[in-house]
Design a protein around this ligand. Structure first.
Ligand SMILES: Nc1nc2c(c(=O)[nH]1)N[C@H]1C(S)=C(S)[C@@H](COP(=O)(O)O)O[C@H]1N2
Ligand SMILES: [Mo]
Length: 221
C-alpha cells in the first residue's frame, strides 16, 4: 500500500481549492511578521479544530504502521511503531494556520522532534529538500531548512490524547511556521532529495513554500 502511493483522486474539495488558487482567493496584499503579528494576514481564529483532507482517512494499526526515511541520508531507516516510540519524546505548544483562512492558537503536541529524527538519519550535505508521502497517497514538499525548524514535531498526541484518525493519527507532522497543508497527516515516508519538487497541492496551484506571514498561498504563475 505504501510502496507506490497513487495520486489522490479528484474530489470536490480539490476542484474548489484549485479554483481558489486560480482566482487568488483570500489574498489581502498585506504582509506581517510573526514577532509583531501572531495572527497572519487574512486569517481568523477558531476554537474548534476543522478537518481537511482529500476524503480518505486511512486506518493504520500499530502493527501495519511504518515510517520509511530514505534518499540523501547516510543512515536510511524504516521504523516500526515501537522503534518510533523509543525515540526521544518531546512536548511543544504551537499555533496552526490553514490556507483556507482559519488559525488555532496554543495547541499542545507530544511526539518526536524532527531534529531528533535528523540526528538519527544524518542527511547528506547534498540534501536540500524532503518529499513527504502519507498512507492516503498525499504528498507535500519542504525545503530541508523548513523541515528542520526548531518546533517541527512528528506528533502522536494533541492536548494529551492520541491524535484521532481524522486528524492524522497515529502520527502526523506539525510544522507550525508554514500553512497546515505542509503538515502531512498519516505520514509514512520521508525522502530527502537534492531538488525541491512539488507535492500534491503544490502541483495544484499552491505555493512551493507556504509562509502564512507573507501569504504564500498560491504559486506565482
Ligand atoms: N495525508 C494527508 N495529509 C494532509 C492532508 C491530506 O489530504 N492528506 N491535507 C492537508 C491539508 S490541505 C490541511 S489544511 C491539513 C488539515 O489538517 P487537519 O484536518 O488536522 O485540520 O492537513 C494537511 N495534511
Ligand atoms: Mo488545507
Amino acid at each position: 500500500m505504501t510502496d507506490d502511493p497513487s495520486e489522490p483522486e479528484n474530489t470536490k474539495l480539490t476542484t474548489t481549492k484549485r479554483k481558489w488558487a486560480a482566482e487568488g482567493r483570500f489574498l489581502t496584499g498585506r504582509i506581517s511578521r510573526p514577532e509583531t503579528d501572531r495572527l497572519p494576514p487574512g486569517q481568523h481564529l477558531v476554537k474548534n479544530w476543522p478537518v481537511l483532507d482529500l476524503g480518505q482517512q486511512p486506518q493504520i494499526s500499530e502493527m501495519q504502521w511504518r515510517l520509511d526515511v530514505r534518499g540523501e541520508v547516510d543512515d536510511a531507516v524504516t521504523l516500526n511503531w515501537q522503534q518510533f516510540l523509543a525515540l526521544p519524546q518531546a512536548k511543544t505548544m504551537s499555533d496552526i494556520h490553514c490556507v483556507t483562512t482559519w488559525s488555532r492558537y496554543d495547541n499542545t503536541w507530544q511526539g518526536v522532534m524532527v531534529r531528533d529524527l535528523l540526528d538519527l538519519v544524518h542527511p547528506r550535505p547534498e540534501a536540500d529538500a524532503v518529499m513527504l508521502t502519507s498512507f492516503d497517497g498525499y504528498t507535500t514538499n519542504l525545503l530541508l531548512s523548513d523541515f528542520a525548524a526548531e518546533d517541527a514535531i512528528l506528533a502522536t498526541h494533541w492536548e494529551g490524547q492520541p491524535i484521532t484518525r481524522e486528524h492524522g493519527g497515529p502520527m502526523r507532522l506539525v510544522l507550525p511556521h508554514l500553512y497546515l497543508w505542509k503538515s502531512a497527516k498519516w505520514l509514512t515516508r520521508i525522502e530527502f532529495t537534492r531538488q525541491d519538487r512539488p507535492g500534491f497541492w503544490e502541483k495544484n496551484g499552491y505555493h512551493m513554500r507556504g509562509d502564512p506571514w507573507s501569504e504564500q498561498r498560491y504559486s506565482e504563475d
